[in-house]
Design a protein around this ligand. Structure first.
Ligand code: PLP
Length: 325
């Protein structure tokens, strides 16, 4: 199957015309391509949430330092009272104008799902181009990227190696026709100047096996039934949140309706949230309880983020609940 047809298969899955989609190695590579292609002018502003993914934020810092730009953080309260608080955080920051806004579709590590359409519409109303970082979204959430572009989104990056179950090293970049103009991969190679499809299809000699496996990954998810797969993840995550939050007598970081397949809960320990404490507790859960789960320090507190998947069942979360239950 040709690269174009494989991309076309994925494009159908994410609600995009094939001409707007290209494979990249991962979401970080896609975000870098956008950030490093734009022709920046000193003093321009880039808006990104304070809790945005650190790798993407570093790419913003890189261009900001290089071109004399201003990195402006939308301050997202945590714990988060509701989706409107996220919209307000962006609205307050966008009021000062920006050359680019980067919006996380599913925040990591917070795990909450953004009211993405509302934020994209807000950006369009302010005349600000938008890159959506959807690293976690494909497979976890239904996606209609062309429809989102209609509302004002210019670029979207996503991973196939998370909730789509493809092998590591496969993501995609979506770009509208205007967003494709002057857009180049970070690794410029043989087909420079020959257009979006050609340039991104050949990032130099590479191992395409993860991209080749995307079709099989899509067939796997479709065999489970995409709607059933997604609602099973959400249902399991919420049931698990109830079990663990009850046992630990804690509340999730945001209303349960803001989560999809991942949930964040505060660790019920009297200990300041530091990176060191997060690493130590993560190791302790693994060594002493055989539980592998990410832990993060957010706003001075330790937070645990668990995920649901079809190979888990509630007994997995009951085991987690018993650690402090
Ligand atoms: C919001 C977000 N952006 C970007 C990334 C980076 O993904 P990758 O390392 O596959 O580029 C992640 C990874 O979890 C993420 O959650």
């Amino acid at each position: 199957m040709s690269c174009r047809r494989r991309c076309g298969r994925l494009a159908g899955f994410v609600g995009a015309v094939p001409q707007r989609l290209t494979f990249v190695d991962n979401a970080t590579a896609g975000a870098n391509a956008v950030l490093r292609s734009l022709r920046w002018r000193a003093g321009e502003r880039i808006v990104i949430a304070d809790h945005a993914y650190p790798g993407v934020k570093n790419a913003v810092r890189f261009v900001a330092e290089r071109f004399g730009l201003e990195l402006v953080e939308a301050r997202v309260p945590w714990p988060l009272p509701g989706p409107e608080a996220l919209v307000e955080a962006f609205a307050a920051t966008l009021a000062g104008g920006a050359r680019l806004a980067i919006v996380d579709h599913v925040f990591a590590p917070l795990a909450v799902v953004s009211p993405i359409e509302e934020i994209v519409r807000l950006c369009r109303a302010r005349g600000v181009p938008v890159l959506v970082d959807g690293a976690h979204a494909p497979g976890m959430l239904p996606l209609e990227l062309d429809a989102l572009a209609e509302q004002g989104m210019d670029w979207y990056v996503g991973n196939c190696h998370k909730w789509l179950c493809a092998p590591k090293g496969c993501g995609f970049l979506y770009a509208t026709p205007a967003g494709q103009r002057d857009l180049h991969p970070t690794v410029v190679s043989n087909f420079y100047g020959e257009g979006y499809e050609q340039e991104f299809a050949w990032p130099g000699t590479h191992d395409p096996s993860a991209r080749l496996a995307v079709t099989a990954a899509l067939e796997f998810i479709e065999a489970l039934d995409v709607d059933c797969y997604q609602s099973e993840l959400v249902g399991q995550a919420r049931a698990a949140a109830d079990i663990v939050a009850d046992a630990w007598r804690v509340a999730p970081g945001a209303p349960l309706g803001m989560y999809a397949a991942m949930v964040t809960l505060p660790l019920p320990v009297e200990e300041a949230g530091t990176e060191e404490a997060a690493r130590r507790w993560r190791k302790r859960l693994l060594d002493e309880h055989r539980i592998e789960v990410p832990l993060f320090a957010v706003n001075g507190r330790l937070w645990l983020r668990f995920s649901a998947q079809v190979y888990n069942d509630l007994s997995d979360y009951e085991a987690l609940a018993r650690v402090f239950g």
